[in-house]
Design a protein around this ligand. Structure first.
Ligand code: UDP
Length: 479
């Protein structure tokens, strides 16, 4: 076999957060479906979330495996077993977590030495990964988990600092040099961008690493963000491949159900419940794996949902609620809405739920994976950004795609989010579920869902970009 045709071996090294690991495992499955050998590097506690999915892929003929890296122990300690961002509750813990992950450079180097992959696709948070790859003369590709719009907005914000030109936190400014006029307030700008701090330096280095690495893999499809896919490449000069939406690699129920942690509800029970509902009659409410609202906010959501009169599935993160309190907090609400609503405490089988015909809308914190999953299900969205790049994503959904309405969150705040009233929840939910505006948004979202599938299928833009990348990597190896 010539080296162009022999199998490529690719290492995937995601950051230890569900929103990073889930698409990384999808990406590994995707490359494996094209005949590559793929290895996902995970820490032991995180590997447990994916062993079933990976075993299943292997049984179906994919060459995919997990390799373990022990999560580093720090002297000033994170609690034992704290290997995933969803377990962090304070900014200090976040800092320690990053410090711990920085200690993975040498163990990663050892794994590469032992297994000699042809390419390393590593999370953007691992700044040092490019150098590790270079020591073995293999290319390092960056995976941020952002869409093109958020990538472009991030680069512009870090470069031009437009938030410095306004006199108050609530005054609007325009993000300069983008194809559309997009306005934000300083309150909505991520802390790691606007604060002159170590975190801001780190953020700057992350986006600089796009230029020093071999290129960037983007979980998006051209038709979703054409102006920004072009802007990112042509104006910002980045080398990028769009190969998404990668959630579409999971094409049967079992794949979708085993994507990430085990659901806290039996999938059949959940789907049976939805089967008893009319099309587009249930709103799905979830804020991803990190946002963690306080009791007051949970109560406002409950009251807003109840007042909307809509049927709902609401995912409430259980593990970080104060001991025993949450049960009591929502008891009365759950009794009153019995049959009309389902509260899932913990982890929901999100993709299975979203694509059920009974779901008519999605209240989301605007994590990019959730947005892609909502788009693939053809749903209008209520946007409720909390932190990360979510305020950028909100703008894209509401102002450019016009498939969503903003609930009115005004302030970037890690974990806890801005407070939103029950009236705002009620009004936004009603706007995406009923009436002409909702129908228009739904129809635009459905058109995007169709384009997502076409793009992902053979001959589509994502499929072609993936093939081109694989060919390039093979050629490079044989050069
Ligand atoms: N997710 C899920 N069930 C849950 C919560 C989250 O399946 O109960 C999945 C969701 O489908 C998505 C990922 O976890 O793929 C969350 O990523 P996202 O970028 O939306 O948000 P993050 O958790 O990173 O804030």
């Amino acid at each position: 076999m010539s080296s162009e045709t022999s199998q490529l071996h690719i290492f995937f090294f995601p950051f230890m957060a569900h929103g990073h690991m889930i698409p990384a495992v999808d990406m590994a499955k995707l490359f494996a479906s094209r005949g590559c050998k793929t290895t996902v590097i995970l820490t032991p506690a995180n590997a447990a979330f994916f062993t079933k999915a990976i075993e299943r892929s292997r049984n179906l003929g994919s060459e995919i495996q997990i390799l373990l890296l022990k999560f580093p122990v720090l002297d000033d300690k994170l609690p034992e077993g704290c290997e995933n961002v969803h377990l962090l509750t304070t900014n200090e813990m976040v800092q320690k977590f990053f410090d711990a992950t920085a200690m993975l450079e040498q163990p990663l180097e050892q794994l590469i030495k032992d297994h000699r992959p042809d390419c390393l696709i590593a999370d953007s948070f691992f700044l040092w990964a490019t150098e590790v790859a270079a020591r073995f003369e293999i290319p390092r590709l960056v995976f941020h988990g952002f869409g093109f719009f958020a990538l472009c907005a991030s680069v512009c914000m870090l470069e031009h600092k437009p938030y410095k030109k306004v006199s108050s936190d609530s005054e609007h400014f325009v993000i300069p040099s983008l194809p559309h006029e997009i306005k934000l307030t300083r309150d909505q700008v991520p802390l790691y961008v606007k604060q002159e701090s170590e975190a801001a330096n780190f953020a700057r280095k992350i986006f600089k690493s796009e230029e020093t690495s071999y290129g960037v893999i983007v979980n998006s499809y051209y038709e979703l963000e054409p102006d920004y896919a072009d802007h990112y490449r042509r104006v910002l000069g980045r080398k990028a491949w769009h190969i998404g939406p990668m959630c579409l690699v999971n094409n049967d129920k079992e794949d979708k159900a085993t994507r990430g942690p085990k659901s806290s509800i039996d999938e059949h029970e959940c789907l049976n419940w939805l089967n008893s509902k009319k099309p587009n009659s249930v709103v799905y409410v979830s804020f991803g794996s990190i946002a963690n609202f306080n009791d007051t906010q949970l109560m406002e959501i409950a009251m807003g949902l109840e007042a909307s009169g809509k049927q709902f599935i609401w995912v409430v993160r259980k593990e970080k609620q104060q001991e025993g309190k949450e049960e009591g907090l929502l008891d009365g609400f759950e009794k009153r809405t019995e049959g009309k609503g389902l509260v899932i405490r913990g982890w929901a089988p999100q993709v299975l739920i979203l694509e059920h015909g009974a779901i008519g809308g999605f209240v989301t914190h605007c994590g990019w994976n959730s947005i892609l999953e909502g788009v693939c299900a053809g749903l209008p969205l209520v946007t409720w950004p909390v932190s990360g790049e979510q305020f950028y994503n909100e703008k894209y959904v509401t102002e450019i795609l016009r498939i969503g309405v903003a609930v009115g969150a005004k302030k970037w705040a890690r974990f806890v989010g801005d407070s939103v009233s029950r009236e705002a929840v009620e009004s936004a939910v009603n706007r995406i579920m009923d009436g002409e505006e909702a129908e228009e948004m739904r129809s635009r979202a459905r058109a995007l869902a169709k384009m997502a599938r076409e793009s992902f299928e053979e001959g589509g833009s994502s499929s072609s970009d993936l093939n081109a990348l694989i060919e390039e990597l093979k050629l490079r190896r044989s050069a």
